[in-house]
Design a protein around this ligand. Sequence first.
Ligand code: GLN
Length: 545
Amino acid sequence: MRKYIFVTGGVMSGLGKGAVTASIAKLLQMSGLKVSSMKIDPYLNVDAGTMNPLVHGEVYVTEDGGECDMDIGTYERFLGINLTRYHNVTTGQVFKAVIEAERRGDYLGECVQIIPHVTDEIKVQIRGIANKDDVDILVVECGGTVGDIEGLSYLEAFRQMRLEEGRGNTLFVHVTWGPVLPVVGEFKTKPTQHSVQELRRIGIQPDIVIVRSKSGMPRDAKRKIALYANVEPRAVFSNPDLETVYGVPLVLEQQGILEVISDYLDLDKLKPSSSSWRSLVSRFKVREPVVRIAMIGKYTKLADSYVSVNHALYHAAAALNVKVDINWIDSEGIERDMSKLNVLKDYDGVVIPGGFGPRGSEGKMAAADYTRRNSIPFLGLCFGFQLAVVSYARDVAGLRDASSAEIDPQTKHPVITLLPEQREMSELGGTMRLGSHEIAIKPDTMAFRIYGSTRIFRRHRHRYEVNPMYIPILEKAGLVFSAYSDNGLRAEILELPDHPFYMATQYHPEFSSRPWAPEPVFLSFLNASYIRSKTERSAIRATST
Ligand code: GLN
């Protein structure tokens, strides 16, 4: 019999429900069970691809080309498994399936309703994943907050599943917030009480309550929550802010969450083998030496906009036993005042991540140029790769008017151009070149030395590419395209031989990085940055003595 754990959220979003979901799944996985996770997003978009990363966080790309919620990335990084587009269910997908079935005549004669038709479809999708992944336990996270109109049909489906699957096969985890009032310093339980009440109103009594707070939760607060939320005191857990998100499974384990889960789900005593995870987590807490990385972009305000890039850097740092300090630099600020580029000298490495549209692109190109001239390690990702090509075309290959067709559709030298198959495309949802594609790496290149292979698979999300017509001119000017996909049709990696580290990829290496296995390009980039940090620092020491 398969079992299901449903994770809901209360009070507000942004409490780390995704990390809690992934952490519970991780503890079960470390206990020898076969687990998987899925995310429900109650919005009407069919997928996250059409949403603004500035508001909603990054769009995470799965192997099969799904444009997913960023929590899918959290699950993959914790569990080390590759999920699919079907692990991220949205209301857009559910409604689409129901309406298509109605048009086919599947419900002939019936009045099609939220209950049972929509809730049935939700259950079909959840059970479908559990069966396909052949899991012992599926952990299902519902996005948003209890009380949202959009989430109602999902909570109703969860409620029905408890009846259908049985008490010992379903578990409800509710994640809330425990604020501390700044003046009196008192830990408040009322928001948790209210959100549990809201959940019970729709027929769900949580089994476990997990309270996010800045620091730990006082004992009396725990007792009070247990009483008002109608859960056992041992089933109330504290989830304080930690140095690293990878520490969450250990914090929950230490408070006895596995005992509660195994009792409620009728499982034998769970004994996780967490020692290797424990030592991994300790490497994420290294405080020095510090490697300083600048990220240049326009989505500088929400840390979640590039969460996978941040994590790929953290993974590389953990492998090198250093701490990475990531600072954002607004590319539009550079455009307004080019002298701002000089701050890049104080960094050990510069990343230009993916992006869209002309805003801030000139600033990013100026930054790419600056790192090239000043021998600062540089990593460009997707749009960052494309802009590095444009800046090289302008600055070195003598194509002064070069641009990307995305930035200037009328440009005289479109060194970056629309992918041919995109020309006839009229819809924008789910139509980019997406997901995993094979990449052939040329021997005798830095890329080959980094990967140790001539063949890799990496994930993509783009509409534009290097214009093949310009490749001979760019190569003649010294730019090396060291990897291609689609039988040599598409440039995938660029590098500069006479530079400490100047590399950019059309694909997104950040989606393939795992805490225990950093993506090789990130590792090499951070290592080059680390070397710069050591030489720069000793240079500073030398001048000061
Ligand atoms: N805007 C660029 C393109 O569509 C790059 C996309 C990206 O960085 N993900 O090709």
